[in-house]
Ligand binder design. Structure first.
Ligand code: ATP
Ligand code: MG
Length: 306
């Protein structure tokens, strides 16, 4: 482990909150006061790939991802889970030790669906396409290459499996069985709509949004379907450099990513998941390159230069 890489952030107790859940990357806290229907979502510097948490963390990642999420919530014209005063100076209820990488949100009744939208062909989609010319069962035209733009963005939902289990791709009909026809259609339409809005914004800044994943929940008071979780971060999305994509000739050149693909690629080349052997420690060079790319994405998207 490199000596000069700061240790990833960890959270012990937060005053006024109880930790209720720890995912691979984020921790959820609820206020001690049971009448308070908010939640604190704290992003750590932990990084995961192929469903494994890796060591060490990426310094600054939690803060970068939170900043990016908050920025996107602001750009998008859809109801979201942020509480109105989540960043009003002085009234912030976010504990100092996690400020910058925490979001105070409304506690929603989450739908157990990962709303995936893909605008480009790559990753598991590319694998399936090569075998059957489909992605999540949806037929596609012949002759597409890894990294190609799809004729139009497609909605490929997954069932959000309980903790520890793998999410499972499902078709639209199965989402109807899970949440009913009205909500299922709403999730699909909102996901495609947000993807269109976000791709447009990103493209204006020389960035391709290749694919992403949203989560929604029902507002407990109004029932309104509300955008939740993190949005359009480099953990939940694939982002590529538009210039490199249009001039590159190899898949590696075309998909110059601003996301954790660097980590995925390194891990794929250096580790075989046999179900027993834990993933190796990330080399400092990979950690630094990933941190740099995450920061670059934030600057590209949110910077004034655009
Ligand atoms: P993984 O480690 O595979 O990502 P995970 O998705 O369960 O697992 P996290 O993403 O770290 O773990 O944790 C975030 C959790 O918070 C998710 O389960 C998500 O559904 C939930 N969540 C996000 N926003 C809200 C909200 N407003 N109300 C209730 N739950 C929420
Ligand atoms: Mg998650």
């Amino acid at each position: 482990t490199p000596g000069h890489t700061p240790a990833p952030t960890t959270d012990e107790g937060l005053p006024g909150f109880t930790r209720v859940y720890s995912g691979k990357v984020r921790d959820l806290y609820e206020p001690v006061d049971p009448a308070d229907a908010t939640m604190l979502v704290v992003a750590s510097d932990r990084v995961s790939a192929f469903d494994h948490a890796l060591e060490p963390g990426i310094p600054g990642k939690g803060e970068l991802l939170t900043t990016l999420s908050l920025w996107w919530f602001d750009q998008l014209r859809v109801p979201n889970h942020l509480v109105p005063d989540h960043r009003v100076d002085g009234s912030s209820r976010i504990p100092a030790s996690v400020s910058g990488r925490a979001m105070l949100v409304k506690k929603l009744d989450m739908f157990p669906i990962e709303c995936v939208v893909r605008g480009y062909l790559t990753g598991s989609g590319w694998k399936e396409y090569q075998a059957t010319q489909t992605v999540c069962g949806l037929p596609l035209p012949a002759g597409l290459e890894n990294g190609d733009r799809l004729p139009e963005p497609i909605y490929t939902p997954a069932y959000k499996a309980p903790m520890g289990e793998h999410d499972e791709n499902i078709d639209f009909e199965q989402t109807v069985e899970l949440v009913g026809p009205i909500v299922a259609a709403e999730l699909r339409d909102l996901s495609l709509e947000i993807f269109a809005q976000a791709s447009h914004v990103a493209e204006g800044r020389g960035v391709i949004l290749a694919d992403t994943k949203f989560e929604f929940g029902a507002d407990r008071e109004t029932g309104v379907t509300t955008l939740a979780d993190e949005v359009l971060t480099s953990d939940s999305s694939r982002y590529w450099d538009a210039e490199a994509w249009s001039t590159g000739t190899t898949p590696t050149e075309r998909m110059a990513s601003f996301d954790k693909q660097i980590v995925r690629d390194w891990l794929a080349a250096n580790w075989e998941d046999d179900g027993v052997t834990p993933p190796p420690t990330l080399p400092s060079e990979i950690v630094e390159r990933t941190a740099l790319r995450y920061r670059e994405l934030l600057e590209r998207l949110t910077g004034d230069a655009a």
